[in-house]
Design a protein around this ligand. Structure first.
Ligand code: NAD
Length: 338
C-alpha cells in the first residue's frame, strides 16, 4: 500500500484526491495546504489529517509519495523539499516556469534516487492515447500535418489569483497550451524550431491567444491556445495522414473519429470509468486521465519501476519550447531549438 501526501488542495488537488479515494494500492495519508479553509474542506470531504506545511507533515506522518498540486511557481520548492526528504514525487504540469527551475528538480531527483514524474495528463487521456495508437498503427498512412486546439476563458478560481498573474502562472501559453506542446512532442518528437504569434501579448495574465507553428523535417504542426473565450472550453487534435485523418474534438460527437474517403466512422477507445465526482470548479469534466496518471505513478513506485511514459527531461523540454515560443512572440522571428 502506497501512502500519499497531497500538497495543494485546490482544483487539481481535489481532482487527484478524488482519484486516490478509489485507487486500489494507494491511500491518502494527509493533505497539506496553507489555507485553513481548504484544510477544513479536505477533512470534511476526505476524512484525512491535514497540515499547514510540508515540514509539519514530514514530522508527523508516514508516507512515501508526495503529490504536488501547488501553484506552478511553487512546484520547484515543493518538489525539491519532498525529494530531499526521500519521497517520490508526482507533480502537476507545467513542471515549473523556467528551465533552471526544472533542472533544480531533476538535480534533486538525481541526488535522492527517488522518482519524479510530471503529470502531463494527455499522455493518459483515453481519447489522446487512442489517437496516438491509431497514428502509430499506420492506419492513416504517413503523417502530413497535426493541429491541436485548447481554448477557454481565463481561470478565475485560483488561490490568491495566482493563475491570473502571468508572472506566477505563465499565462495561457505556459499553463494551458503547454499540454499541446507536450502532446506534439509525444506524437512527433522535438521540433527543430518554433514560430509563434499572439494577441494581447503584454496583458498581465500573459498573452491571451497564441498560435504556434512547429517546424519538423517531414510534417507541419501547429497549436492554438487561449484564455480569451467568453465561455466554454474546447480541446482538439487532428492528425492528417496520406490515407486518412484521425480527429479528436471535445466538441464533436462521437469525440474520436477516423475520416476516410468513405466518410467518418467512430473510433472505440477504452474509458477510465470512475464514480468520483469531477472537480467542482474549473474546466475539468472527466477524472479518467487524472486517475490514470496517478495510478500509473503509484504502480511504478510499488513495483520499483522508473516511470517511462514521459521523463522529467521531457517535461523540462516542454518548458524550453514554451520559452522559445515566448522569444518568438517578442522578436517576431523563428526560434531554433538546437
Ligand atoms: N492537468 C490539468 O489539466 C490541470 C488543470 C488545472 C490546474 N493544473 C495545474 O495544477 C496546479 C494547481 O492548480 P490549481 O488550479 O489546482 O490551483 P488552485 O489555486 O486551485 O490550488 C492551489 C492550492 O495550493 C494551496 N497553496 C498555496 N500555497 C501553498 C503552500 N505554500 N503550501 C501549501 N499549500 C499551498 C492553495 O491554498 C490552494 O488550495 C498548477 O500547476 C496548475 O497548472 C493542471
Amino acid at each position: 500500500m502506497q501512502r500519499v501526501a497531497l500538497i495543494g488542495y485546490g482544483v487539481m488537488g481535489g481532482t487527484h484526491a478524488n482519484g486516490y479515494k478509489e485507487m486500489p494500492g494507494a491511500e491518502l495519508a494527509c493533505v497539506i495546504d496553507i489555507d485553513e479553509e481548504k484544510r477544513k474542506k479536505a477533512e470534511d470531504a476526505l476524512g484525512v489529517k491535514t497540515f499547514g506545511s510540508m515540514k509539519e507533515a514530514l514530522d508527523a506522518e508516514e508516507f512515501g509519495i508526495v503529490d504536488c498540486c501547488l501553484p506552478t511557481f511553487l512546484h520547484t520548492e515543493g518538489a525539491v523539499e519532498a525529494l530531499e526528504a526521500g519521497k517520490h514525487v508526482i507533480c502537476e504540469k507545467p513542471m515549473a516556469l523556467t528551465v533552471d527551475e526544472c533542472q533544480r528538480m531533476i538535480d534533486a531527483r538525481d541526488k535522492s534516487g527517488k522518482f519524479l514524474m510530471i503529470a502531463h495528463v494527455l499522455r493518459w487521456w483515453p481519447e489522446y492515447v487512442k489517437l496516438k495508437e491509431v497514428v502509430e498503427s499506420g492506419k492513416i498512412g504517413r503523417v502530413r500535418n497535426t493541429m491541436c486546439i485548447r481554448v477557454g476563458g481565463t481561470p478565475m478560481w485560483s488561490w490568491d489569483k495566482w493563475l491570473q498573474d502571468g508572472e506566477r502562472s505563465g499565462g495561457a501559453l505556459v499553463d494551458l497550451h503547454v499540454h499541446d506542446i507536450d502532446w506534439l512532442c509525444a506524437l512527433h518528437g522535438r521540433p527543430k524550431a518554433v514560430f509563434c504569434t499572439a494577441s494581447e501579448i503584454d496583458r498581465a495574465t500573459g498573452p491571451a491567444h497564441v498560435f504556434a507553428n512547429y517546424i519538423y523535417d517531414d510534417l507541419a504542426a501547429c497549436a492554438e491556445g487561449a484564455w480569451d473565450q467568453a465561455s466554454g472550453f474546447a480541446m482538439a487534435c487532428r492528425v492528417t495522414g496520406e490515407e486518412a485523418v484521425v480527429s479528436y474534438s471535445s466538441a464533436q460527437s462521437p469525440t474520436l473519429q477516423l475520416l476516410t474517403s468513405e466518410g467518418a466512422e467512430p473510433i472505440e477507445f477504452e474509458k477510465v470509468s470512475l464514480d468520483g465526482s469531477a472537480a467542482e470548479e474549473g474546466n475539468i469534466s472527466d477524472l479518467g486521465g487524472y486517475y490514470a496518471e496517478c495510478k500509473y505513478f503509484v504502480d511504478c513506485v510499488e513495483s520499483g519501476t522508473t516511470p517511462s511514459v514521459l521523463s522529467p527531461e521531457d517535461a523540462m523540454q516542454n518548458i524550453e519550447i514554451a520559452q522559445a515560443e515566448i522569444e518568438s512572440l517578442k522578436t517576431g522571428k523563428v526560434v531554433e531549438l538546437p
